[in-house]
Design a binder for this molecule. Sequence first.
Ligand SMILES: Cc1cc2nc3c(=O)[nH]c(=O)nc-3n(C[C@H](O)[C@H](O)[C@H](O)COP(=O)(O)O)c2cc1C
Length: 395
Amino acid sequence: MIRYFTAGESHGKCLTVILEGIPSGLRLNEEDINRELKRRQNGYGRGKRMDIEKDRVEILSGVRFGETIGSPISMMIENKDWKNWKDEMSVKETRDIKVMERPLTHPRPGHADLPGVLKFRRSDIRDILERSSARETAVRVAVGAVCKKLLSTLRVNVLSYVSSIGSITAKLPRMYLNDIDRFIKKVESAHLRCPDKAAEKLMIKAINSAGRKGDTLGGVFTVVVNNVTAGLGSHVQWDLKLDGLLARSVMSIQGIKGVELGGGFSLASKPGSLVHDEIFFKSPNKRGRGYYRRTNNAGGIEGGISNGENIIINAVMKPIPSLGKALRSVDILSKKQVKAEVVRADICAVPAAGVVAEAVTAFEIAKAVKGKFGGDCMFGMKSNYLAYVEYVKNH
Ligand SMILES: Cc1cc2nc3c(=O)[nH]c(=O)nc-3n(C[C@H](O)[C@H](O)[C@H](O)COP(=O)(O)O)c2cc1C
């Protein structure tokens, strides 16, 4: 079992996480994680907070001399902005009204603000928004970075790209997943992590225009798990199905309102004969990879089990709900009609959400790999995995 638990408020001292179940013997250093943290912070359309925070992880346990030792890995990411919020976010009791900020009482539609204050019986929305904020995704990306490192030793890649922003949709280049390294380079060097330069220009214009109007934009990103073996997940029990686990993890990311696998919603209007991916076989002796498909409408998962094709997940991120042009709301003390609180926010965070989704996907895949192949140590996990890959090819 691999599991993790995060803690920390957006303007608190730091974010922390305990990640348990990573086998011993995985080479790991802080730079492996910092690279991923930086990717989460990039992307055109991010707000001023990203100018303040330059996320760096500190590994506190579970790693010795650059190698995991099998014990829980605890990690910490400082909030640089905390120094400006020490009084408002103090853990100490205070009645000093100068120290206590004006309580936030105008809930923002689209946030946990109102349901959160009702549920936890709070009178200051800050008590809710500090934890519901997507700042928490920084530590989930740290977890994902460790899982991606583990998967890379099995030659499994997890990548993402922006498919649409607002009403503008990217066209995929012809090489797409046939030349995965070139495709990744193209995405990673783009301002919006979008593989279509012409579409990206229009997306940037749309973000600028939304920002000028005090508005925000959402979009769709795609996550791909490439070169993963068939046989992860299971059909035998609802909570072991890999598609269900991935959908839950991606849906849990702040702002995500829809998740689909492969053809997803587009399959509704097609007959079965055009949907299901026919099965072929080319022997490894003839430079084939065993069973394969010419289409991938299933998104790499059938019956809750990976089938050896790329796992493809599309997710919809709604437009950012903190608007410059505030929406109508109700003051939770006076019950008068007011405008929602205006707080510092991104205009569009779809590229960053894609990086977070890579992280939660890598976690689910690493967990499924450990479930199937065991592994107190990387040596055992890797040799079991590679032997199984050979068996599948020749079965
Ligand atoms: C990387 C990332 C950055 C985000 N940035 C903001 C932001 O600056 N302002 C904001 O209001 N929401 C932002 N969100 C979205 C909200 O956190 C999210 O919509 C809110 O917590 C409500 O959750 P729900 O949309 O899943 O219901 C961001 C989400 C992600 C994944």
